[in-house]
Design a protein around this ligand. Sequence first.
Ligand code: ADP
Ligand code: MG
Length: 365
Amino acid sequence: MSFIEFKNIEKKYKNAKKKSVTDFNLSIDEGEFIVFVGPSGCGKSTTLRMLAGFEEITNGTITIDGKVVNELPPRDRGIAMVFQNYALYPHMTVENNIAFGLKNINTPKDEIKRKVDWAVDILGLEEYRKRKPKNLSGGQRQRVAVGRAIVRNQKVFLMDEPLSNLDAKLRVGMRNEISKLHRELGSTTIYVTHDQVEAMTMADRIVVMKDGVIQQIGTPMNLYDNPKNKFVAGFIGSPQMNFFEVDVNGNIVKFSDGNKITIPEGIVKKLDGKSGKMYMGVRGEDIKLDNLNLNLYQDNILRSQIEHEEIMGNENNLYFKLGGITAVTRVGKDDLKRVGEDFNFVINTNKIHFFDLETEENITY
Ligand code: ADP
Ligand code: MG
């Protein structure tokens, strides 16, 4: 039996026109690191807050460790939570901020000391323990907030956009620290973010949401390689997947600008007889400019001109026109081109997806 279970969970706020969360079903194993990801307003926080007990559940049941918690007050659910706007007590030192929740529930003094020592050590806050929040950096303050949550030694750890207020570099550092902490503590964790990179780098499994509805649940690579629909395909991965509106006939794909390529038998089979207009999805790294690939797929060579480029060094994005859209390819430094240069390329047709124009479902899933 799974550790946390959402069964047909729905949320409709009072006076709201539509549901904020619709038919949400999810089973979480003990010790898993789950990330809810999706654009702002898709229902991530609402779902988390229903689990924590801060928000009433309109329909459905939530089970933690075999026990239905719908009517249970937050403090009895065995949950610790870190928010985006964590409020530290400004007049208290780091160690007193961390200890505060424990004192509140009458924890014996020596136990408080042991737990605070442990948290301070694990979070690298030893030299700051006597400082007040105003004398800490954003990252250190965030670590104090995490410390306050972990000393409570709960079965479930919830985090709602805990890194949103930090600058980019700090976010990467804290991301790694939270992952490391999870490996050490092993507590079941649900982490909410709108940032797909955070989701990809931290999650055991990702839950992609849109408009209150789960779009897909899977491991990071699973979602990247096998997106169920165009939304997931476009949301996961950077730069975004290219979507070409094409006309498919047997093994021939025709772009709107008249360009044509052939696709392999395996993909034709997955199309299962479907033909006509659809979206073809191609990831940037599956558009190849190197000689090896150009030689290998000579019959499928396409040609365009570089319109714009983003040079990062090891990875570089080249933009060009194909099939009426600006497409992007991601290349290493050996395949760099100059803006305005004409170039040949091939599409790795083993890695393409086709999406229905209407439903946007992945036909080749
Ligand atoms: P996310 O965390 O994914 O950004 P939320 O869960 O905060 O999204 O919000 C989901 C939807 O519910 C949004 O449309 C939001 O406007 C609405 N919502 C959130 N909180 C309330 C509330 N207290 N009352 C009414 N509507 C709300
Ligand atoms: Mg939110």
